[in-house]
Design a protein around this ligand. Structure first.
Ligand code: SF4
Length: 495
């Protein structure tokens, strides 16, 4: 489709793309440095189809990867059921020019407008959540791709390890190669591809949005049910009467049933067990071992390594002990011998099911990739002559922000900093320009009257029905994304 960026013809039939600061000269039949624009017989065209979302196409259908469409039947679907995304819409640079598409439509008797542009984000990144207990590396340590620093390990949360990748310092603040590799890695992650990375002093990872993480070559399957203490709280009743003591081995909080409040409430007697590590509260121990890829995210392969000698005044021969991890992946059964030493024995049948229950309660381990970008700066000038009013309008919930039609979380505070789960967009919705920067679709939807009030580019508003259908691709709206014209109607809008 013809691009809305202005093409400047130059000698040798090259044309100059001005959709980003690179300003490529593009020969006939060739594409520019980002592969997004091409010279087609002297005309600057956006290579990918412009994507519309359609609620009537498939109720409950998933958004599918987009491909070049040759099957458009030319019909325009009802206005209220069609949403114009920014995917494939193109970019206007510098942003004092109005956004490529400012499209009005009537929705339930209300005149609405959607302003769309493929934003160029030099200051963006991704947050990655990796569902694993395994140690991936110390907090703040560098994450590298092809040896280049692309981000760092940040605070571990719940049953996950977290990475913060990209951002202004790696994209623009380091060497040229660092910026390029960071941009490539972010693009791959955002477009749902797998990226291999390594952590200084830690693990190698393969991360792909919506897929199980691979840590040191091992595919993770389960996200832990909770910490060791939580696991005791959840399952104490199911162990009661079948075993005398349970230790749930966990790098964060290791739990001991007989000492834990759950055990006390069940009347479980003391067993004389002694744990290494730092006791926090009864039955809850920190730092029983070093972090690692063994039992419960610790570095141990033999769980007995975290036990001291049993107290001979309390313990008795024959005492039954279950040791298990927070995913149920590791479990072992012991009985104390005459010298009060735990001796491993076959897991009694009565304990097999309670151990399996832990595994059953674990959710599938996934990698989650959230793109985070600041839709502030000059991008807002493509929407309004008075950019701060757009920010206020977003904060006042008059303007609904979407990314390729997907719901976003807008951070409180200054600017329009938003996050989006990349799996909720059509695949390959993200692009790049070699400045380096990521290109992400962004749409602002609001009432036409509100748009006029915030100083919108009213002269550039065009009705949806006037859009040339050629080169546009209609995709089914993903059913669990809120419909952008009725975001309040969503059962849930995130996660
Ligand atoms: S990198 Fe892409 S958007 Fe930028 S000038 Fe070249 S072709 Fe145009």
């Amino acid at each position: 489709m013809p691009a809305d960026a202005d093409a400047v013809p130059v000698k040798d039939d090259k044309i100059r793309c001005d959709a980003c600061p690179v300003m490529c000269f593009i020969k006939p039949g060739m594409t520019g440095a980002c592969d997004r624009y091409a010279n087609a017989d002297g005309e600057l065209v956006r290579v990918d189809p412009h994507v519309l979302l359609d609620r009537t196409l498939s109720h409950g259908g998933e958004v599918v990867p987009f491909v070049r469409s040759d099957e458009w039947d030319g019909s325009i679907v009802p206005q209220a059921e069609t949403f114009v995304t920014a995917i494939g819409a193109g970019t206007t640079y510098p942003d004092y020019k109005p956004a490529p598409f400012i499209v009005s439509s009537e929705v339930d008797g209300v005149d609405m407008v959607t302003v769309v542009t493929e934003g160029i984000f030099s200051y963006c990144g991704v947050k990655v959540k990796i569902d694993t207990d395994r140690f991936i590396g110390p907090e703040t340590h560098m994450v590298r791709v092809e040896g280049e620093a692309v981000g760092h390990v940040t605070t571990g949360e719940y049953g996950s390890q977290m990475l913060s990748l990209g951002g202004v310092h790696h994209l623009t603040g380091g060497s040229k190669k660092e910026g390029r590799v960071t941009c490539d890695a972010l693009l791959e992650l955002c477009n749902g591809k797998a990226v291999e990375m390594s952590i200084d002093g830690g693990a190698t990872l393969v991360v792909q949005a919506g897929r199980a993480p691979i840590v040191n070559g091992q595919t993770e399957t389960r996200m832990r049910v909770g910490c060791g203490s939580a696991t005791i709280g959840i399952f104490a009743k199911q162990w009661h009467g079948k075993v005398d003591e349970v230790v749930v081995v966990d790098d964060h909080i290791t739990g001991v049933l007989s000492e834990h409040q759950a055990g006390k409430l069940l009347g479980i007697p003391d067993t004389g067990i002694r744990l290494k590590g730092r006791r926090s509260t009864p039955g809850r121990y920190f730092q029983v071992a070093q972090p690692g890829t063994g039992w419960g995210g610790t570095d141990i392969d033999d769980p007995l390594a975290i036990l001291g000698p049993f107290d001979p005044k309390v313990a008795r021969p024959g005492l039954r002990l279950l040791m298990v991890s927070t995913t149920g992946e590791h479990a072992a059964y012991y009985e104390l011998d005459e010298a009060l030493r735990p001796v491993q024995a076959e897991m009694p049948q009565a304990l097999v099911e309670p151990v399996d229950r832990i595994a059953e309660n674990c959710e599938p381990a996934l990698s989650t990739v959230l793109f985070i970008g600041g839709a502030g700066g000059s991008l807002r000038a493509g929407v309004t002559e008075n950019p701060v009013r757009l920010t206020r309008s977003v904060k006042d919930a008059l303007t609904y922000v979407t990314c390729g039609g997907a719901p976003v979380y807008v951070w409180p505070g200054g600017g329009i900093t938003f996050m989006v789960d990349v799996t909720r967009l059509p695949e390959n919705a993200f692009g790049y320009v070699p400045t380096p920067a990521l290109v992400a679709p962004i749409e602002f939807t609001l009432k036409l009257s509100d748009y006029a009030a915030l100083g919108g580019h009213m002269d550039y508003v065009r009705p949806l029905t006037t859009l040339d259908p050629g080169g546009r691709l209609s995709l089914p709206h993903r059913h669990d994304n809120p419909w952008p014209f009725a975001p309040q109607g969503a059962r849930r809008s995130h996660g």
